[in-house]
Design a protein around this ligand. Structure first.
Ligand code: GLU
Length: 450
């Protein structure tokens, strides 16, 4: 590896020893772009990488709210404005009990590269709070969102920083966050958020976009291998928005999603979750129930439930980890390889530990696709939502869907070309990192590297 690259990785690991997720993503991205740094000594001259791993700005804030029983609670809110070189900071808000500086920073770093891949003018950001929405009433969620936005509204805006959803934040929460923003600003700036309701500037297809985009990306990979999506079986994780979108598109394209997972275990449905409208709709119901249990699906449709287990031992054609970070460890990776699975398509942000990812990429007959490319369809349609808002117009679902397909094809093709340029073959992981890095690096250097 390039000596400058390894020195920056070591510097980050030492400086941020208490932030393991952030160190993990820095190591993964920087080791991929090592050949680019070899070819461009000018990056080391201006010490570009040390600047790149430092967020432009990151802050915490107090979020105080009152539950339905009159009890007061205090949470920590975060916003990380990681890199604004190619556009306003853009990225979701995550509400989950385990949210901490390491998680927000890793997500902001990943987002910077993901957004670069979309080809749209969006910088990288991320935010959230250590608030657990499980079991909270609608009124409690609303009060939490209002308090969160009261602290954050001064620091965001359509040309500054544009939040969206992530785990624990979807249409309902974005509605409450935007409502409070509008009240405080006294202005109709709906371009300050994406993932909004359709009555106030939300883009059609945005709720489905991450899942649809992942399936379009899979389609490109299969096309490259002379295969097609039709007839493939897929193991998914989670049962949220992303997995729901995958199921809908899998149904349209004739593939079968056979697993879902939750904190309580996984379900196996051999007929396919994607086999009926009723089953697909039930994912939305499960999420809205706030129970955070996948066993409810097994109880309702009479399929197998495996308590406390992950779905990575199931024999399928395609594995799509679509739940959360570090969901696939070395022992799961070995199981996936032993099952002879050819397509490992990451969907959630950083779902694979670095050692497991290296192991899977080293398998002779396996194709590994990285999440920052595969799940970029979500933020890409957010970018399209921003365009519609700034032009005060609304595109049809077909128009947005067509643009999304074009963007996903372009991300795949750009990654292939970038890996080939450095003699790395069909390496989608390195290709995505290289293509994304080059654009951000060029913008930073041309802007004087502040
Ligand atoms: N949270 C999503 C992601 O990880 C969406 C971000 C956005 O639309 O801004 O990309």
């Amino acid at each position: 590896m390039n000596a400058y690259v390894s020195s920056v990785i070591e510097y980050v690991k030492k400086k941020y020893a208490t932030e393991p997720e952030f160190c993990q993503t820095v190591e993964e991205v920087l080791s991929s772009i090592s050949p680019v740094v070899d070819a461009h000594p000018e990056y080391e001259k201006v010490d570009l990488l040390t600047r790149m791993v430092e967020p432009e700005r990151m802050f915490t804030f107090r979020v105080v709210w009152c539950d339905d029983a009159g009890q007061w609670h205090t949470n920590t809110g975060y916003r990380c404005q990681f890199n604004g070189a190619i556009g306003p900071y853009k990225g979701g808000i995550r509400f989950q009990a385990n949210v901490n500086p390491s998680i927000i920073k890793f997500l902001g770093f990943e987002q910077t590269f993901k957004n670069s891949l979309t080809g749209l003018p969006m910088g990288g950001g991320k935010g959230g709070a250590d608030f657990d929405p499980t079991g909270k009433s609608d009124a409690e969620i609303m009060r939490f969102c209002q308090s969160f936005m009261t602290a954050l509204y001064r620091y965001i805006g359509p040309d500054v920083d544009v939040p969206a959803g992530d785990m624990g934040v979807a249409g309902r929460e974005i509605g409450y966050l935007f409502g409070q923003y509008r009240r405080l600003k006294g202005a109709w700036e709906n371009g300050a958020f994406t993932g909004k309701g359709f009555t106030f500037g939300g883009s059609l297809i945005r709720p489905e976009a991450t899942g649809f985009g992942a399936m379009y990306y899979l389609q490109e990979v299969l096309r490259h291998e002379g295969e097609e999506v039709k007839g493939k079986t897929i193991a998914c994780a989670g049962f949220g928005n992303v997995t729901w979108g995958i199921c809908k598109k899998a149904r349209d394209l004739g593939a079968k999603v056979v697993t879902l997972s939750g904190p309580d275990g996984y379900i196996y449905d051999p007929d396919g979750v994607s086999s009926s409208e009723e089953k697909i709709d039930y994912l939305v119901e499960m999420r809205n129930s706030g129970r955070n249990r996948v066993q409810d699906y097994a109880d309702k449709f009479g399929v197998e439930f495996h308590a406390g287990e992950k779905p990575w031992g199931v024999k399928v054609d395609v594995v799509m980890p679509s739940a959360m970070q570090n969901d696939v460890h070395m022992e799961h990776a070995q199981q996936i390889a032993a099952n002879g699975i050819k397509y490992y398509i990451e969907v959630a942000n950083m779902p694979t530990t670095n050692d497991a990812l290296q192991y899977l990429m080293g398998q002779k007959n396996m194709i590994v696709a990285p999440s920052k490319a595969v799940n970029a369809g979500g933020v890409a349609v957010s970018g399209l939502e921003m365009s519609q808002n700034s032009e005060r117009l609304v595109w049809t679902a077909a128009e947005v869907d067509e643009k999304l397909q074009g963007i996903m094809k372009n991300i795949h093709d750009m990654s292939v070309a970038a890996a080939e340029e450095y003699g790395l073959g069909y390496n989608l992981v390195a290709g995505a990192n290289i293509a994304a890095f080059k654009k951000v690096a060029t913008a930073m250097v041309e802007q004087g590297c502040f």
